[in-house]
Design a protein around this ligand. Structure first.
Ligand code: OGA
Ligand code: NI
Length: 359
Protein backbone atom coordinates (compact mmCIF):
# COMPACT_ATOMS: atom_id res chain seq x y z
CA UNK A 1 0.00 0.00 0.00
CA UNK A 2 1.06 3.64 -0.35
CA UNK A 3 3.96 4.84 1.70
CA UNK A 4 2.93 8.46 1.26
CA UNK A 5 1.01 10.57 3.74
CA UNK A 6 -2.47 9.99 2.42
CA UNK A 7 -4.11 7.17 0.55
CA UNK A 8 -4.06 8.17 -3.12
CA UNK A 9 -6.92 6.32 -4.77
CA UNK A 10 -6.15 7.57 -8.29
CA UNK A 11 -7.80 9.80 -10.87
CA UNK A 12 -10.51 7.43 -12.07
CA UNK A 13 -11.85 7.19 -8.53
CA UNK A 14 -11.54 10.98 -8.14
CA UNK A 15 -13.61 11.47 -11.31
CA UNK A 16 -16.45 9.18 -10.23
CA UNK A 17 -18.12 12.29 -8.77
CA UNK A 18 -18.58 15.26 -11.09
CA UNK A 19 -15.47 17.39 -10.78
CA UNK A 20 -15.05 20.95 -12.05
CA UNK A 21 -11.64 21.91 -10.70
CA UNK A 22 -8.29 20.17 -10.57
CA UNK A 23 -7.34 19.52 -6.92
CA UNK A 24 -4.21 21.38 -5.76
CA UNK A 25 -2.01 18.28 -5.61
CA UNK A 26 -2.32 17.87 -9.42
CA UNK A 27 -1.46 21.48 -10.28
CA UNK A 28 2.01 21.84 -11.81
CA UNK A 29 4.22 24.91 -11.36
CA UNK A 30 3.64 27.35 -14.24
CA UNK A 31 6.83 26.47 -16.14
CA UNK A 32 5.97 22.75 -16.23
CA UNK A 33 2.44 23.18 -17.58
CA UNK A 34 1.65 22.64 -21.27
CA UNK A 35 1.69 25.92 -23.20
CA UNK A 36 -1.13 24.79 -25.47
CA UNK A 37 -3.77 22.22 -24.61
CA UNK A 38 -5.31 19.68 -26.95
CA UNK A 39 -8.90 20.49 -27.84
CA UNK A 40 -10.43 17.20 -28.98
CA UNK A 41 -13.47 19.01 -30.37
CA UNK A 42 -11.30 20.70 -33.02
CA UNK A 43 -10.11 18.75 -36.08
CA UNK A 44 -6.67 20.40 -35.85
CA UNK A 45 -6.35 19.61 -32.10
CA UNK A 46 -6.86 23.27 -31.19
CA UNK A 47 -3.55 24.54 -32.51
CA UNK A 48 -1.06 22.21 -30.77
CA UNK A 49 1.46 21.42 -33.54
CA UNK A 50 1.07 17.94 -35.02
CA UNK A 51 4.00 15.95 -36.32
CA UNK A 52 4.11 13.33 -39.02
CA UNK A 53 6.52 10.73 -37.76
CA UNK A 54 8.82 8.62 -39.89
CA UNK A 55 6.94 5.49 -40.93
CA UNK A 56 8.56 2.05 -40.97
CA UNK A 57 6.68 -0.57 -42.97
CA UNK A 58 7.25 -3.91 -41.27
CA UNK A 59 6.25 -5.85 -44.39
CA UNK A 60 9.23 -4.25 -46.17
CA UNK A 61 11.57 -5.43 -43.43
CA UNK A 62 10.43 -9.01 -43.99
CA UNK A 63 10.82 -8.82 -47.76
CA UNK A 64 14.48 -9.49 -48.78
CA UNK A 65 14.47 -7.08 -51.73
CA UNK A 66 12.94 -4.23 -49.67
CA UNK A 67 14.88 -4.89 -46.47
CA UNK A 68 18.01 -2.76 -47.14
CA UNK A 69 15.97 0.39 -47.81
CA UNK A 70 13.68 -0.33 -44.85
CA UNK A 71 16.74 -0.75 -42.59
CA UNK A 72 18.02 2.65 -43.73
CA UNK A 73 14.75 4.37 -42.86
CA UNK A 74 14.73 2.55 -39.52
CA UNK A 75 18.26 3.81 -38.78
CA UNK A 76 17.40 7.37 -39.79
CA UNK A 77 14.28 7.41 -37.60
CA UNK A 78 16.21 6.10 -34.57
CA UNK A 79 19.00 8.65 -35.07
CA UNK A 80 16.91 11.73 -35.77
CA UNK A 81 13.62 11.17 -33.97
CA UNK A 82 14.07 8.35 -31.45
CA UNK A 83 10.78 6.90 -32.60
CA UNK A 84 8.70 5.84 -35.59
CA UNK A 85 5.25 4.63 -36.56
CA UNK A 86 5.21 0.93 -37.40
CA UNK A 87 2.65 -0.12 -39.99
CA UNK A 88 1.82 -3.53 -41.50
CA UNK A 89 3.25 -5.21 -38.40
CA UNK A 90 1.21 -8.37 -38.83
CA UNK A 91 -0.34 -8.58 -35.33
CA UNK A 92 -3.98 -9.54 -35.92
CA UNK A 93 -6.31 -6.59 -35.32
CA UNK A 94 -8.53 -8.82 -33.14
CA UNK A 95 -5.65 -9.35 -30.69
CA UNK A 96 -5.12 -5.60 -30.48
CA UNK A 97 -8.76 -4.62 -30.14
CA UNK A 98 -9.39 -7.38 -27.57
CA UNK A 99 -6.53 -5.94 -25.48
CA UNK A 100 -7.92 -2.40 -25.65
CA UNK A 101 -11.41 -3.66 -24.87
CA UNK A 102 -10.25 -5.87 -21.96
CA UNK A 103 -8.23 -2.99 -20.52
CA UNK A 104 -11.18 -0.61 -20.83
CA UNK A 105 -13.34 -3.09 -18.92
CA UNK A 106 -10.62 -3.54 -16.29
CA UNK A 107 -10.62 0.21 -15.57
CA UNK A 108 -14.43 0.39 -15.60
CA UNK A 109 -14.63 -1.99 -12.64
CA UNK A 110 -15.41 -0.62 -9.18
CA UNK A 111 -12.49 0.93 -7.34
CA UNK A 112 -12.36 -1.97 -4.83
CA UNK A 113 -11.71 -4.47 -7.62
CA UNK A 114 -8.82 -2.43 -9.09
CA UNK A 115 -7.42 -1.60 -5.65
CA UNK A 116 -6.70 -5.30 -4.99
CA UNK A 117 -3.62 -4.90 -7.19
CA UNK A 118 -2.17 -1.79 -5.55
CA UNK A 119 1.36 -2.33 -4.40
CA UNK A 120 4.40 -0.15 -3.86
CA UNK A 121 6.70 -3.16 -4.37
CA UNK A 122 8.58 -2.45 -7.61
CA UNK A 123 9.24 -6.17 -8.13
CA UNK A 124 5.61 -7.26 -7.90
CA UNK A 125 4.40 -8.92 -11.16
CA UNK A 126 1.23 -6.79 -11.03
CA UNK A 127 0.93 -3.21 -9.86
CA UNK A 128 -2.05 -0.91 -10.02
CA UNK A 129 -1.34 2.70 -9.26
CA UNK A 130 -1.60 6.34 -10.20
CA UNK A 131 0.59 9.29 -11.23
CA UNK A 132 4.17 8.59 -12.39
CA UNK A 133 6.13 7.58 -9.30
CA UNK A 134 3.56 8.11 -6.60
CA UNK A 135 5.95 7.82 -3.66
CA UNK A 136 8.27 10.50 -5.11
CA UNK A 137 6.09 12.87 -7.15
CA UNK A 138 5.67 16.33 -5.62
CA UNK A 139 2.74 16.94 -7.92
CA UNK A 140 0.59 14.04 -9.10
CA UNK A 141 -0.12 13.19 -12.73
CA UNK A 142 -3.57 12.67 -14.20
CA UNK A 143 -3.05 8.98 -14.91
CA UNK A 144 -3.94 5.58 -13.47
CA UNK A 145 -2.02 2.52 -14.61
CA UNK A 146 -1.84 -1.23 -14.47
CA UNK A 147 1.69 -2.64 -14.85
CA UNK A 148 2.18 -6.31 -15.66
CA UNK A 149 5.47 -8.16 -15.75
CA UNK A 150 5.18 -10.52 -18.73
CA UNK A 151 8.06 -12.96 -18.42
CA UNK A 152 8.44 -15.79 -17.63
CA UNK A 153 4.77 -15.98 -18.60
CA UNK A 154 3.89 -19.22 -16.77
CA UNK A 155 5.23 -17.75 -13.55
CA UNK A 156 3.60 -14.30 -13.71
CA UNK A 157 0.23 -15.11 -15.25
CA UNK A 158 -1.40 -16.47 -12.03
CA UNK A 159 -0.74 -13.03 -10.43
CA UNK A 160 -2.45 -11.00 -13.16
CA UNK A 161 -5.99 -9.66 -12.58
CA UNK A 162 -8.61 -12.42 -12.56
CA UNK A 163 -11.36 -9.96 -13.43
CA UNK A 164 -12.67 -9.22 -16.07
CA UNK A 165 -12.85 -12.99 -16.58
CA UNK A 166 -11.16 -12.95 -20.00
CA UNK A 167 -8.46 -10.44 -19.07
CA UNK A 168 -5.58 -12.88 -18.53
CA UNK A 169 -6.16 -14.72 -21.81
CA UNK A 170 -6.48 -11.53 -23.81
CA UNK A 171 -3.49 -9.79 -22.19
CA UNK A 172 -1.28 -12.88 -22.47
CA UNK A 173 -2.04 -13.19 -26.20
CA UNK A 174 -1.18 -9.51 -26.67
CA UNK A 175 2.06 -9.87 -24.66
CA UNK A 176 3.15 -12.88 -26.74
CA UNK A 177 2.42 -11.12 -30.04
CA UNK A 178 4.22 -7.92 -29.06
CA UNK A 179 7.19 -9.92 -27.79
CA UNK A 180 7.57 -11.77 -31.11
CA UNK A 181 7.30 -8.48 -32.97
CA UNK A 182 9.90 -6.92 -30.68
CA UNK A 183 12.33 -9.78 -31.41
CA UNK A 184 12.03 -9.20 -35.15
CA UNK A 185 12.39 -5.45 -34.70
CA UNK A 186 15.43 -5.64 -32.46
CA UNK A 187 17.09 -7.98 -34.95
CA UNK A 188 16.51 -5.33 -37.60
CA UNK A 189 17.83 -2.63 -35.27
CA UNK A 190 21.07 -4.61 -34.73
CA UNK A 191 21.44 -5.17 -38.46
CA UNK A 192 20.80 -1.46 -39.14
CA UNK A 193 23.82 -0.66 -36.95
CA UNK A 194 25.97 -3.05 -38.96
CA UNK A 195 25.84 -5.83 -36.35
CA UNK A 196 24.18 -8.31 -38.71
CA UNK A 197 25.77 -11.73 -38.24
CA UNK A 198 27.57 -11.28 -34.93
CA UNK A 199 24.46 -10.01 -33.24
CA UNK A 200 23.31 -13.60 -32.70
CA UNK A 201 24.63 -14.05 -29.16
CA UNK A 202 22.81 -10.94 -28.05
CA UNK A 203 19.69 -12.19 -29.87
CA UNK A 204 19.81 -15.26 -27.60
CA UNK A 205 19.73 -12.93 -24.61
CA UNK A 206 16.77 -11.00 -26.03
CA UNK A 207 14.84 -14.24 -26.37
CA UNK A 208 15.06 -14.56 -22.59
CA UNK A 209 14.52 -10.81 -22.19
CA UNK A 210 12.32 -8.71 -19.93
CA UNK A 211 8.93 -7.35 -20.90
CA UNK A 212 6.75 -4.96 -18.92
CA UNK A 213 3.24 -4.08 -20.07
CA UNK A 214 1.81 -0.76 -18.90
CA UNK A 215 -1.87 -0.03 -19.43
CA UNK A 216 -2.48 3.70 -19.03
CA UNK A 217 -5.84 5.33 -18.35
CA UNK A 218 -6.25 9.11 -18.58
CA UNK A 219 -9.74 10.29 -17.55
CA UNK A 220 -11.02 13.63 -18.93
CA UNK A 221 -9.65 16.51 -16.89
CA UNK A 222 -11.67 19.67 -16.10
CA UNK A 223 -8.61 21.98 -16.39
CA UNK A 224 -6.17 20.22 -18.75
CA UNK A 225 -3.82 23.23 -18.89
CA UNK A 226 -2.82 22.81 -15.25
CA UNK A 227 -1.54 19.26 -15.21
CA UNK A 228 -0.11 16.40 -17.31
CA UNK A 229 -1.01 12.75 -17.84
CA UNK A 230 2.68 11.92 -17.70
CA UNK A 231 5.66 14.24 -17.17
CA UNK A 232 8.56 14.44 -19.65
CA UNK A 233 10.48 11.15 -19.49
CA UNK A 234 12.29 8.62 -21.63
CA UNK A 235 11.56 4.88 -21.37
CA UNK A 236 14.28 2.72 -19.82
CA UNK A 237 14.33 -0.35 -22.12
CA UNK A 238 15.53 -1.07 -25.66
CA UNK A 239 12.27 -0.46 -27.47
CA UNK A 240 8.75 0.42 -26.36
CA UNK A 241 5.79 -0.64 -28.50
CA UNK A 242 2.97 1.80 -27.80
CA UNK A 243 -0.61 1.27 -28.85
CA UNK A 244 -2.66 4.44 -28.41
CA UNK A 245 -6.36 4.89 -29.08
CA UNK A 246 -7.64 7.61 -31.41
CA UNK A 247 -7.54 10.33 -28.72
CA UNK A 248 -4.52 12.60 -29.07
CA UNK A 249 -2.33 13.12 -26.02
CA UNK A 250 1.18 11.84 -26.67
CA UNK A 251 3.78 14.53 -27.35
CA UNK A 252 7.46 14.19 -28.13
CA UNK A 253 10.19 16.75 -27.88
CA UNK A 254 11.47 17.38 -31.36
CA UNK A 255 13.95 20.15 -32.12
CA UNK A 256 13.18 21.88 -28.79
CA UNK A 257 9.41 21.90 -29.44
CA UNK A 258 6.65 19.76 -27.95
CA UNK A 259 4.74 18.22 -30.84
CA UNK A 260 1.66 16.02 -30.77
CA UNK A 261 1.86 12.54 -32.30
CA UNK A 262 -1.09 11.86 -34.56
CA UNK A 263 -2.52 8.39 -33.87
CA UNK A 264 -2.70 6.07 -36.91
CA UNK A 265 -5.35 3.42 -36.32
CA UNK A 266 -3.90 -0.07 -35.89
CA UNK A 267 -0.25 1.04 -35.95
CA UNK A 268 2.33 1.09 -33.15
CA UNK A 269 4.51 3.95 -32.02
CA UNK A 270 7.96 2.47 -31.42
CA UNK A 271 10.28 4.42 -29.08
CA UNK A 272 14.00 4.08 -28.60
CA UNK A 273 14.65 3.61 -24.86
CA UNK A 274 17.66 4.46 -22.69
CA UNK A 275 19.11 0.94 -22.92
CA UNK A 276 19.30 1.16 -26.72
CA UNK A 277 20.92 4.59 -26.49
CA UNK A 278 23.55 3.10 -24.16
CA UNK A 279 23.97 -0.05 -26.31
CA UNK A 280 24.34 1.97 -29.52
CA UNK A 281 26.84 4.24 -27.75
CA UNK A 282 24.66 7.27 -28.35
CA UNK A 283 23.94 6.69 -32.06
CA UNK A 284 20.25 5.93 -31.50
CA UNK A 285 18.60 8.43 -29.18
CA UNK A 286 15.93 7.70 -26.59
CA UNK A 287 13.11 10.15 -27.07
CA UNK A 288 11.77 12.55 -24.46
CA UNK A 289 7.98 12.34 -24.38
CA UNK A 290 5.01 13.35 -22.22
CA UNK A 291 1.23 13.00 -22.20
CA UNK A 292 -1.37 15.78 -22.23
CA UNK A 293 -4.89 15.25 -20.97
CA UNK A 294 -8.00 16.89 -22.38
CA UNK A 295 -11.34 18.15 -21.08
CA UNK A 296 -13.74 15.83 -22.89
CA UNK A 297 -12.37 12.40 -23.71
CA UNK A 298 -10.95 9.55 -21.71
CA UNK A 299 -7.76 8.18 -23.28
CA UNK A 300 -6.19 4.74 -23.07
CA UNK A 301 -2.78 3.51 -24.16
CA UNK A 302 -0.87 0.26 -23.81
CA UNK A 303 2.92 0.34 -23.71
CA UNK A 304 5.14 -2.75 -23.72
CA UNK A 305 8.72 -2.10 -22.68
CA UNK A 306 11.26 -4.66 -23.86
CA UNK A 307 14.86 -5.14 -22.83
CA UNK A 308 17.54 -7.69 -22.02
CA UNK A 309 17.00 -9.90 -18.95
CA UNK A 310 17.20 -7.97 -15.67
CA UNK A 311 20.42 -9.84 -14.88
CA UNK A 312 22.20 -8.63 -18.08
CA UNK A 313 24.68 -5.81 -18.26
CA UNK A 314 24.08 -3.28 -21.01
CA UNK A 315 27.14 -1.96 -22.78
CA UNK A 316 27.99 -1.21 -26.41
CA UNK A 317 29.53 -4.07 -28.42
CA UNK A 318 33.19 -3.51 -29.41
CA UNK A 319 32.20 -2.80 -33.06
CA UNK A 320 30.47 0.41 -31.97
CA UNK A 321 33.38 1.83 -30.00
CA UNK A 322 36.72 3.15 -31.20
CA UNK A 323 39.10 6.02 -30.59
CA UNK A 324 37.05 8.54 -32.51
CA UNK A 325 33.88 7.28 -30.87
CA UNK A 326 34.77 6.48 -27.26
CA UNK A 327 32.32 4.97 -24.79
CA UNK A 328 29.73 7.47 -23.63
CA UNK A 329 27.95 5.54 -20.89
CA UNK A 330 29.03 3.27 -18.10
CA UNK A 331 27.89 -0.35 -17.88
CA UNK A 332 24.27 -0.36 -16.84
CA UNK A 333 22.08 -3.05 -15.37
CA UNK A 334 18.54 -3.20 -14.13
CA UNK A 335 19.58 -2.98 -10.48
CA UNK A 336 21.21 0.42 -11.12
CA UNK A 337 17.98 1.63 -12.70
CA UNK A 338 15.85 0.42 -9.76
CA UNK A 339 18.24 2.07 -7.29
CA UNK A 340 18.00 5.26 -9.30
CA UNK A 341 14.21 5.47 -9.46
CA UNK A 342 13.78 4.66 -5.78
CA UNK A 343 16.28 7.34 -4.79
CA UNK A 344 14.85 10.36 -6.57
CA UNK A 345 12.08 11.75 -8.72
CA UNK A 346 12.66 10.23 -12.18
CA UNK A 347 12.38 12.99 -14.71
CA UNK A 348 13.47 13.91 -18.17
CA UNK A 349 16.45 11.82 -19.25
CA UNK A 350 18.05 11.99 -15.80
CA UNK A 351 18.71 8.28 -15.54
CA UNK A 352 20.65 8.29 -18.79
CA UNK A 353 22.47 11.45 -17.67
CA UNK A 354 23.51 9.64 -14.49
CA UNK A 355 25.14 6.88 -16.61
CA UNK A 356 27.20 9.31 -18.73
CA UNK A 357 30.96 9.00 -18.70
CA UNK A 358 33.11 12.11 -18.69
CA UNK A 359 34.54 12.43 -22.21
C1 OGA B 1 4.64 5.22 -21.16
C2 OGA B 1 4.23 6.31 -22.07
C3 OGA B 1 2.57 7.28 -23.53
C4 OGA B 1 1.09 7.31 -23.72
O1 OGA B 1 3.78 4.42 -20.76
O2 OGA B 1 5.84 5.19 -20.82
O3 OGA B 1 5.02 7.14 -22.38
O4 OGA B 1 0.66 7.80 -24.77
N1 OGA B 1 2.97 6.33 -22.55
O5 OGA B 1 0.35 6.90 -22.82
NI1 NI C 1 7.00 6.52 -21.91
Amino acid sequence: MWSIGFHNTGVRHLCEQPIFKVPGRYILPLEERPLRVIDTTQPNAGGAPLISLPVVDFSELTNPSDRPAALRSLAEACENYGLFQLVNHGIPSEVMSAMVDGSTRFFEQPYEERAKYMSSDMTSPVRYGTSFNQSKDRVFCWRDFLKLTCRPMAQVLPHWPSSPADFRVVAAAYAEETNSLFLELVEAVLESMGLGRDGSSIMNQFEEGSQLMVVNCYPPCPEPGLTLGMPPHSDYGFLTLLLQDQVRGLQIQHREDWVTVEPIHGSFIVNVGDHLEIFSNGRYKSVLHRVLVNATKSRMSIATLHSLPHSSTIRPPPELVDESNPRRYMDTDFASFLRYISSCEPKKKNFLESRKLAT
